[in-house]
Design a binder for this molecule. Sequence first.
Ligand code: NAP
Length: 633
Amino acid sequence: MTDEYALRGAGLRRALADAELAPLLPALAHLTDDLSILEPGLRPGDVSQLIGQAPQGGLGQADQDRARRLAEVVITRWADAGCPPPVHPAPERLLEIMRFLAGPVGPGQLPLLYHQLGIREELEPAVPAPVPDGFLAVIIGAGMSGLAAAHHLRQAGVPFVVFERNDDVGGVWLENTYPGVRLDTSNFCYSYSYAQGEGWDDYYSPGPAVRRYLQKVASDEGLRDEIRFGHEVNSLTFDEAGPAWVVEATGRDGATTTLRANVVISAVGQLNNPRYPDLHGLDVFEGPSWHTARWNHDVPLAGKRVAVIGTGASAFQVIGQIAPEVEQLTIFQRTPPWVMPTPNYARKLKPGLRWLFRVLPLYQQWYRFNQFWINVEGRRRFAIVDPDWHRPGSVSPRNAELRDALLARLAETYADRPDLLEKMTPDYPPYAKRMLRDDGAWAAALKQDNVEVVTEKVTEAYPGGLRTADGAEYPADVLIFGTGFAASDFLRGISVRGRGGADLHERWGDDARALGGITVPDFPNLFLLYGPNTNLVVNGSIVLFSEAEVEFVVSCLKYLFEHGLRALEPTEAALAEFYHRVDAASARMAFGVPGVSSWYKSPSGRVTQNWPLSTVEFWEMTRAPDPSRFRMW
Ligand code: NAP
């Protein structure tokens, strides 16, 4: 009921009871250009605890009361003045507001603040010099990164065509429709800086809400007209005489479309080629089977005996959802996940907070910025390897402290089920694999009478179910593969031939490499979004990374146009130097430790997926091309 809230009096106090105070005070200071509300005693502390975030920036009750009283005075005064729109404060004042939340940051961080608050007019315009006649960019994919590319090229006045194999935008959020699909990072951070979303309902949105958000952005920006849906790109061939990329795509009707493009931007993602288990006899299994990313909604699971292979992020969400309805659920687990207790994982945002987001300009932007900033360094410190630390199952004293805290929670959770406690206790360090989030639903599902967790290796299928290495049989009517994706197989299914006929897949083998995760020697004007070593695990924001990568592409184009050039590619020396740093940094992260397998690594064991350095480093690297690291002609 929103009529219980108002900009004055008791209605305002009711709304403020639901407010998140840490970003509210900066938002009000920004809105009114009056910084007196930013009292030093009300500054949020270090909110990233061993487990979860401290509520209300760690403020005690008396400070929370004071912050609410101050906010009430400021909002009432603003309302009495007729709710004037914000006038952005001078840069040094905005920096002071940022410091209230983010601590001692320097003026160099201001562009990141402007970017993340969506204040574009303060940023250096990314509009290239006049775009040469006939210039065309091709974007492959209309998921989160592809839409960001389309947005930025549109802003820069660069003509483009998008090929999308599906019939709508959304990428993984279109393809993954399994029960329980939900973001496990804050939805505020999973929004574009230039389209921050109105009216998120949740802290961690269900999949359909994320899909609707991406669809709305595409429609609102009029991007759909530029997208050729149902078209799968099969080959990219570089024509040196052009120079141009010859792009071939196949439509649903089997017809081939060929385009010549000056630039190709791959936005095909890392997690869209399902990986199936290599099980003997799968073809003889008599029931239906499918991958989590290809959910079969035609088969109701109620009353069925269902087997799920895998307990990664996707299977984890599925299991919590289907356990109550199926007759029997058998879960085949190879490695237990670490689970971060997250009480508000499935909770709705409080109504007063949502109301304030709607009526107070800049509040949602500062809330998003706060979530983003908490993630900038995020939980990286818990994942950094201390070479002098040798306790098994951990990589540093801090990592061990986290491990102990999580173990204590596990012991509490499964106190009544020692069998499950044993099965669900990981022996590898926290953050060596993806940490999952749970509000209690996972353990509750596992404890149901109709649920069994099997840790014996599953070896084969038979007509009526699955068999494990010890010969035991597990009858099943339906098999569900939660077995992940061929993530390190970048650009799978697309033949890519660069300069001199160089074959990208041969060049890479199992070991994809790209400068900044974006460009590859001998493949001029080919730009990869969410490419090698740009996935994020413990810090940063995947949406910021995609935006930063696209901004880099636009600034490369700007450079080329301004200098009358037509192509660029990175030098081998620059790539080698980059990987010298990246591989060394990966080896110092929990996800790089040997002996733990995950989709972060290629089959050779090298971390090919993750960004191991800081967010700010990636942001700075993507502001403009360093001419000494590229060949341009
Ligand atoms: P995944 O993390 O790679 O998990 C695959 C699971 O299948 C693991 O438990 C794996 O065990 C198991 N497995 C694979 N092959 C097997 C075999 N032959 N026999 C038995 N078990 C087998 O894949 P995912 O769960 O689809 O998640 C991939 C990524 O997608 C996530 O890390 C995340 O980045 C993203 N994602 C995000 C969300 C979200 O935002 N909410 C949701 C879903 C997915 P091992 O661990 O032993 O390999």
